[in-house]
Design a protein around this ligand. Structure first.
Ligand code: ADP
Length: 172
């Protein structure tokens, strides 16, 4: 199962997978960080489709087309803002990953790429966020046999190291 996981440092907007995940905000109308990068690369059709979706609750996920991205779809999810960890943040981050995998399954998606949801502007500690990302990927690979590839996309060298170490712990 661990051979279905890849860790690729760089820009998630360049990846030709069935779906890239966007770490969006509740409006789904675009923002900074990876959200801004995805909207810039996908073109204005993306925000047009997003504006018909009625936003997204924290911990939920919604799918759109990918437009000018090499990825066919975008799965928009909203992770929690980190407030120290006692405001339900771990459950909400788990839910965000779980909903992404569910929506992927419902749409026949076989390859999916994730940024480090919540670990940018939303302030979630990278090591804790990675642990949740990897353990939810493991569960999804157990539950959804059609899933062929799960790509994690750390943006920085530091994030890459954390993803690699977490991978070794979760997939010994
Ligand atoms: P959030 O608001 O959920 O924290 P951010 O976009 O601020 O979302 O950050 C999430 C993670 O995505 C951060 O680790 C950030 O460095 C990373 N990131 C930013 N741009 C890109 C990109 N183009 N590709 C992949 N990851 C990115």
């Amino acid at each position: 199962m661990k051979e279905k996981i890849e860790i690729v440092q760089g820009d998630i907007t360049k990846l030709a997978v069935d779906a890239v995940v966007n770490a969006a905000n509740n409006t789904l109308l675009g923002g900074g960080g990876v959200d801004g990068a995805i909207h810039r690369a996908a073109g204005p059709e993306l925000v047009a489709e997003c504006s018909s979706l009625g936003g997204c609750e924290t911990g939920d996920a919604k799918i759109t087309r990918g437009y000018r991205l090499p990825a066919r779809h975008v799965i928009h999810t909203v992770g929690p803002v980190w407030h120290g960890g006692t405001k339900g943040e771990p459950e909400l981050l788990r839910s965000a990953y779980r909903r992404c995998f569910q929506v992927a399954h419902e749409n026949g998606i076989k390859s999916i790429a994730f940024p480090a949801i919540s670990a940018g502007v939303y302030g979630y500690p990278m090591d804790k966020a990675c642990e949740i990302a990897m353990t939810e990927a493991k569960k999804a690979l157990e539950n959804y046999p059609e899933l062929e590839k799960v790509v994690f996309v750390p943006f920085s060298e530091g994030a890459l190291k954390v993803f690699q170490e977490t991978f070794r712990n979760v997939f010994p």
